[in-house]
Design a protein around this ligand. Structure first.
Ligand SMILES: Cc1cc2nc3c(=O)[nH]c(=O)nc-3n(C[C@H](O)[C@H](O)[C@H](O)COP(=O)(O)OP(=O)(O)OC[C@H]3O[C@@H](n4cnc5c(N)ncnc54)[C@H](O)[C@@H]3O)c2cc1C
Length: 267
């Protein structure tokens, strides 16, 4: 198998242009598993690109380079203070050893319905900066996801995530078989901003992680009952059963988590 090590972001995108079927390698915590399962045809190693490992904070945003590890995010004081929902998701992520190598870009780039950091980024309104040989573009993160394991990337590298700083209260819960090293059976993230708007998302409830827009609209109406909540939720989710959990379990547990979230956020 061919393995190319990129010495710069420009070289990485040139490699991607020439070999679009190759997989990018960052921490490798997802990719090594794919090597056997999917039969990866070649690798573009971007793991040494220091220019994509950073966290920048200004008055309005926090920008996180794609190769920043989960532990680096967890240790960042500005993220703890301004984006507590992201910190909380990082805290329940894998083990210390995995968090030391796993990157934010790899979590999003792997595009799994169980990836823990996509839902918090979506509810926070993150944008993503992409780079290809034609140049750089910035889109809302939710525009990146097209279907199961399908990203709207045109031979592009994910370079960074820009997250607006808005005051929020949040509910985050991840349910799995264990307390640590836990891949979720189901998770729910609800954010309530100071203007009263809600943003909601969760894991393992759709072929790819997306926002629950019917619920978001209903919660803004303020007057609703459990039946309406259930109906809106059922329009937003389409879980399937897997070896981790059944469809029925996911539907039931996420509804209970939603009720818990509303209690927490209204208290
Ligand atoms: C024991 C174990 C426990 C785990 N626990 C969790 C968990 O609790 N929660 C969770 O969400 N995940 C978990 N994972 C999965 C994995 O650790 C994460 O998804 C991690 O964030 C992947 O990052 P990485 O840097 O290792 O990516 P890699 O494995 O290097 O890459 C992952 C994928 O993303 C693509 N990619 C990487 N960087 C980019 C980029 N810059 N632009 C575009 N595409 C890119 C790669 O081509 C590849 O397809 C676990 C994995 C293991 C082995």
């Amino acid at each position: 198998m061919i393995c190319l090590r990129a010495k710069s972001v420009d070289e990485a995108v040139q490699f991607l242009e020439k070999y679009p079927e190759f997989s990018l390698l960052d921490g490798g915590s997802d990719l090594v598993l794919q090597l056997k399962k999917k039969g990866v045809s070649g690798i573009i190693d971007i793991s040494t690109l220091e220019s994509l490992k950073y966290i920048k904070t200004d008055k309005k945003t926090i920008e996180i380079g794609a190769l920043t590890t989960i532990n680096t995010i967890l240790d960042d004081e500005n993220i703890t203070r301004h984006l507590p929902v992201l910190s909380q998701a990082c805290r329940s992520f894998a083990s210390h050893q995995i968090r030391n190598i796993a990157s934010l870009g790899g979590n999003v780039g792997n595009d799994s319905p169980v990836a823990d950091l996509i839902a918090p980024l979506l509810v926070l309104g993150a944008e993503v900066v992409l780079k290809g040989v034609k140049g750089e573009r910035k889109i809302f993160l939710e525009e990146l996801f097209c279907g199961y394991k399908s990203l709207a990337l045109d031979k592009e590298l994910i370079c960074s995530f820009i997250i607006p700083l808005k005051r929020h209260r949040f509910y985050y819960r991840k349910v799995g078989a264990r307390a640590s090293l836990n891949i979720s059976k189901v998770s729910l993230v609800v954010v309530r901003f100071s203007d009263g708007a809600y943003k909601i998302s969760g894991n393992s409830l759709n072929p790819y992680v997306k926002r629950f827009k019917n619920l978001e609209t209903l919660l803004c109406a303020q007057n609703y009952n459990d039946k309406q909540l259930k109906e809106a939720l059922s329009k937003d989710i389409a879980p399937s059963g897997s070896f981790r959990s059944t469809k029925e379990y996911r539907e039931r547990v996420v509804f209970n988590m939603l009720l818990e979230a509303l209690k927490v956020l209204h208290s």
